[in-house]
Design a protein. Structure first.
Length: 294
């Protein structure tokens, strides 16, 4: 890591840590105005980042005017910051208080496959870390494969917060070890979740909002290897602070002798599900802040 990038990582970590510390003691009703102020600061301080996100909007929603793109940009930044502040607050509260804000629709699907391998797909949509937290608190044998941030300092901070709440995952920082553990997890008849909605240079090309995107194939590969059902888990905001977790499936996937074709078709199907949810609340999709369209 070069010195300039390391310094920027440190600065971002210090800012995020300070904001989370301050807002953890701030009443919830102030989170909205704080998020809007921080969103404006982000827009002004990071013009190149802002330009990239607006480009993503233009690729996905060419019908939007420049003014509408700017409005969606501010709404997206405000929403992402609000979700981060809310999550930081809840990770500092007893789980009984957090669970009051959550409704789970579809638990019976998880119960039906108890003791059997199950692949769950999800997207970086809404307050997505919350559903893995809630389902683990409810006793479901669920782990997700991923990492929290490219910033190593932020990643360590978030990992520490999760471990304090006894929330576990397979960290892709050591990919070989993470994949070994994920395979063992499925082989033991448990639930493996993958957030599969970001660019992957080693993936397959799928259609996303009319654009060809390299998408990760992990969910399709794991499902085909274990011939296990695939479900979707999504979280939506309901009201000001309450959230509803939606569990859907199992999906009607078809398998053939052609592995490449199966993986291609299934990955496209997964992204079709993501797009349906994103269209409902585009400001909730964190992946706008990445170079999803390349």
């Amino acid at each position: 890591m070069n010195k300039r990038r390391d310094n920027s990582y440190i600065i971002l970590y210090v800012i995020l840590f300070g904001v989370l510390q301050l807002t953890s003691r701030t009443p919830l009703f102030l989170y909205k105005p704080i998020s809007k102020i921080l969103a404006r600061l982000l827009e002004n301080l990071l013009p190149k980042f802002k330009k990239m996100v607006v480009k993503n909007f233009a690729r996905a929603f060419p019908e939007l005017t420049a003014t509408q793109q700017q409005q969606l940009l501010h709404k997206t930044f405000s929403t992402i910051i609000f979700n981060a502040l809310l999550l930081g607050k809840w990770y500092r509260l007893p789980k009984e208080k957090v669970e009051r804000f959550i409704i789970c629709d579809g638990k019976e699907i998880l119960d039906k496959y108890t003791g059997k391998p199950l692949v769950a797909i999800s997207a970086h949509l809404g307050n997505f870390p919350l559903y893995t937290t809630y389902l683990q608190w409810q006793g479901y044998p669920l782990r997700y494969l991923g990492r929290h941030a490219n910033n190593p300092y932020v990643n360590r901070m978030l990992s520490r917060m999760l471990s304090q709440k006894k929330i576990f995952f397979f960290d892709k920082k050591n990919l070989r070890n993470a994949l070994r553990k994920a395979n063992q997890w499925l082989a033991e008849g448990k639930i493996l979740c993958l957030h599969s909605d970001q660019y992957s240079g080693e993936g397959v090309k799928v259609n996303v909002f009319g654009n060809r995107v390299f998408a990760p194939t992990g969910a399709a590969v794991f499902a085909r290897k274990y011939r296990c059902p695939v479900i979707g888990i999504f979280i939506e905001k309901k009201g000001r602070y309450q959230h509803i977790i939606r569990i859907e499936g199992p999906y009607p996937l078809q398998y053939s002798e052609n592995q490449e074709e199966d993986i291609q078709n299934h990955t496209q199907f997964f992204f079709d599900r993501f797009v349906e949810y994103i269209r409902k609340s585009p400001e909730e999709w964190f992946t706008w802040t990445t170079r999803i369209f390349r």
